[in-house]
Design a protein around this ligand. Structure first.
Ligand code: HEM
Length: 448
């Protein structure tokens, strides 16, 4: 077979060709690389072969058609020391078995089981906001509020009435440390956690306290034999076709995985959605009208089906600001796709942030136009040009749960508060594990 030369910058004498921006401003660096060399680019970083992919035919082949040829990327594998071996980082039979055991709970009609937990958490946040709204300084930094909210939601959904304030507050602390971590912690967690620096010390201390709290709750539930209508019950009692059920250790790993997968992604989305509506009064007024017309005082799950415009707005926010801005994979052998060779043990970065902003798929791609999802054209958007939740067998398990969380928070917030964006200038973008604003987004809240 004819193998084509992979487009990309030439190697330097030292064997690397990623410049310093790769380490300090990765999002911009990758964006420029893709704009300059096209939709499939090869480059080297730390003598490691890397491929940057926005070609949607290759996206489909890597994620959907040949998933068995690609493991999760090296970054995920390295992070196992922190995130353990749960659904995000496991591979093969164990992954597929756990996924099947949990899939039922996360179907659209079944996530309603968690709706009351979500409402409880959102109500607690609203009570706090009511107090803030009466103060002279009635401003909130939306990202940390949303982060705290969705840690609360996932912890209540896992442990229901076994949850404690200590678990929630330790989880919130850990969430902040993890998602504001320095690149070193993410790139070389093993090494960086050994360093006697304040960040590593704080991180290890908080993670160890959190692990201890979770393990003790999990052990108690195992030993008590008490059944509850929560995610921990599903983790402990669901059985595979062959009768396999999870050990205490496996349950712990999945609990940590849900904590990390669920909270930050959804909170970034809520922050960006609130940013977009407060920045665009016309969009805000349409969203407000839709909630006023369709959502009752009680806020019922079924009513969310009528939020057509809001759903388009959230879809648009996920297009412009996909929290998972890159999806990484590692070929298990040399793989040739479309005449391009992906070397064994290299890193492939699939780049939703770039794909979602390609003019050939989305006209006026940098603008927020929720209506694009309502028009007949939306049916023509190619399937893999829009992948905020990934694709293929490793596609997000929690998308229905996330939609429910987002609608619920918006319903409560819009019923109670007027929102006024204080951060007028562009907050910029920073790419930690998820895509976040460089500057804080501050919103003023007042009671309606
Ligand atoms: C807007 C919010 C969310 C976004 C944008 C998002 C995005 C993603 C993406 C892109 C992946 C695939 C990663 C890959 O292929 O390497 C993923 C995987 C996953 N997500 Fe989400 N996610 C969100 C919310 C949630 C929530 C709320 C939960 C749990 C309740 C969750 C649980 C998971 C799990 C368990 C996986 C691993 C699935 C597997 O490998 O089988 N996610 N998510």
């Amino acid at each position: 077979m004819n193998i084509k030369k992979f487009p990309g910058p030439e190697k330097t004498f030292f064997g690397a060709n990623a410049d310093k921006d790769f380490y300090f401003n990765i999002l911009e660096y990758l964006f420029q690389l893709q704009s300059k060399y096209g939709e499939a680019v090869h480059f080297n970083a730390m003598k490691h072969n890397m491929y940057l992919i926005s070609d949607i035919d290759l996206v489909e082949k890597i994620l959907v058609k040949h998933p068995d040829k690609f493991l999760k990327g090296t970054s995920v594998q390295r992070l196992k020391i922190i995130i353990g071996t749960g659904l995000i980082s496991s591979e093969g039979e164990i992954h597929d078995t756990h996924r099947l055991m949990l899939a039922n709970d996360f179907k659209k009609n079944n996530v309603v089981k968690y709706f009351d937990f979500v409402k409880e958490s959102v109500s607690a946040m609203i009570s706090k906001w009511e107090k803030i709204s009466k103060q002279n300084d009635n401003k909130i930094e939306i990202h940390s509020e949303a982060g705290d909210l969705y840690v609360d939601v996932i912890m209540r959904s896992i442990f229901s009435d076994d949850v404690s304030d200590e678990i929630i507050s330790t989880g919130q602390k850990l969430n902040r440390l993890f998602y504001n971590a320095s690149p070193l912690l993410l790139v070389a967690p093993k090494l960086s956690l050994k360093l006697p620096v304040p960040e590593a010390i704080r991180f290890k201390k908080t993670k160890s306290a959190f692990d201890k709290l979770l393990k003790s709750k999990i052990k108690n539930r195992f030993n008590s034999g008490i059944r509850k209508n929560d995610l921990l019950d599903t983790l402990i009692y669901s059985k595979s076709k062959t009768g396999y059920s999870m050990s205490e250790d496996a349950v712990f790993n999945e609990v940590i995985t849900f904590f990390l997968a669920a909270a930050d992604t959804t909170s970034k989305t809520l922050s960006w959605v609130l940013y977009l509506i407060t920045k665009n009064p016309e969009i805000f007024s349409k969203v407000n009208d839709e909630f006023n017309k369709n959502i009752s005082e009680k806020i019922n799950y079924d009513e969310f089906n009528n939020l057509i415009y809001t759903k388009c707005l959230i879809a648009e926010s996920l297009r412009l600001y996909p929290p998972v801005w890159a999806i990484s994979r590692c070929p298990v052998e040399n793989v040739i796709l479309n005449g391009l060779e992906f070397k064994k043990d290299s890193t492939i970065l699939i780049f939703p942030y770039y794909i979602h902003r390609m003019e050939k798929y989305f006209k006026s791609a940098n603008e927020c136009i929720p209506e694009r999802w309502m028009s007949k054209d939306s049916a023509k958007f190619p399937k893999y040009a829009y992948i905020p939740f990934g694709a293929g067998p490793r596609v997000c398990l929690g998308d229905n749960f996330a939609w429910m969380e987002l609608f619920t928070a918006m319903a409560f917030i819009l019923k109670k508060f007027n929102l006024n964006l204080i951060t007028k200038s562009d907050p910029g973008l920073s790419s930690a594990i998820t895509l976040k604003p460089k500057k804080d987004i501050i919103i003023e809240i007042s009671n309606k």
